[in-house]
Write a protein that binds this ligand. Structure first.
Ligand SMILES: [Zn+2]
Ligand SMILES: [Zn+2]
Ligand SMILES: [Zn+2]
Length: 289
């Protein structure tokens, strides 16, 4: 399984739009891996995790062909992860999926969007799917999914787990397996809820690569209310998953979804995390799982 972090930042990105804190100033000056757009991740070239406000930038920066995306998994309806109005641009006229402006795109595969009911109901005050159906165009299909109810999509076995984040949105963590390897994608979340650990303990998946919320970086910022994590909580999560038998010495641990409140440049964070056995994601980072 190929994984590419398209964006590795939290809601406000780094440098944050209106921010003059020392880290944002430094990020503007240094550029490179210190620039963090909003979190979004590509698996192979056909599965996308989240659809946030930097999707257009990611398409331009990485030369992506989003018509290849058949499966879109939404973690939750916070704006840095889900901008449904942008999905409207898959409709005919905004997009010519077959490349033929005079064609109808008839028969071109839909993109399946998996989302919790809490997040769907919140955002779908806008009648995205209904509008497509009314116009006889069905370029997307929404599926509401629940924590602990696995499903398959385009050959991927996917298990949504409960996150500790935005309860009204029923935020989800995803386990994604292609049969050869398994990814745990935990954004956004605080320390995992006990029900998630109970499910993992009962099913014992082997996690090959774990992408953990690290909004607070190595500091205690952004972990208030328990809805995000940092280095300390990453350590706790790694220990717990290992103890349950879901992870071992072959599991790769990667921190992702960073806020400027964490106050570390990429280089500083990499030094801290390397000593702790964690990788640090950056925009454009690619890995084979
Ligand atoms: Zn977020
Ligand atoms: Zn800042
Ligand atoms: Zn969030």
């Amino acid at each position: 399984m190929k994984l590419k972090y398209l964006g590795s930042g939290a809601a406000e990105g780094i440098p944050a739009l209106f921010c003059n804190c020392f880290l944002c100033k430094k990020a503007r000056a240094l550029g490179g891996k210190n620039i963090r757009s909003r979190a979004q991740t590509l698996i192979n070239d056909d599965l996308l995790l989240d659809f946030g406000p930097d999707t257009f930038w990611h398409v331009c920066r990485y030369n992506l062909d989003l018509s290849k995306i058949r499966t879109l998994l939404i973690t939750h309806a916070h704006e840095d992860h889900y901008c449904p109005s942008e999905i409207n641009y898959r409709a005919h006229g905004f997009a010519y999926l077959t490349g033929d402006r005079d064609g109808t795109d008839e028969g071109f595969p839909e993109m399946d969007i998996y989302i919790s009911k809490g997040s769907y109901d919140y955002e779908c005050a806008l009648p995205t799917e209904e509008r497509y159906l009314a116009e006889g165009k069905t370029p997307v299909r929404f599926h509401t999914v629940k924590a602990f109810e696995p499903f398959t999509a385009q050959g991927y076995a996917i298990t949504p787990l409960a996150a500790n984040h935005a309860p009204g949105f029923e935020a989800l963590i995803y386990l994604i397996s292609d049969g050869a390897s398994t990814l745990l994608y935990a954004h956004d979340t605080g320390l995992f809820p006990e029900e998630t650990y109970r499910y993992l303990e009962a099913h014992k998946p082997h996690i090959d690569f774990a992408s953990l919320d690290c909004t607070g970086m190595a500091s205690s910022h952004n972990t208030g209310g328990g809805r995000h994590m940092n280095l300390e909580r990453g350590r706790i999560t790694r220990a717990r998953l290992t103890e349950l038998g879901c992870a071992d010495e072959n599991t790769v641990w990667c921190m992702n979804h960073f806020s400027h409140n964490g106050k570390s440049t990429h280089e500083e964070l990499e030094a801290i995390m390397a000593a702790e056995g964690f990788l640090v994601s950056y925009d454009g980072m690619e890995t084979e799982i």
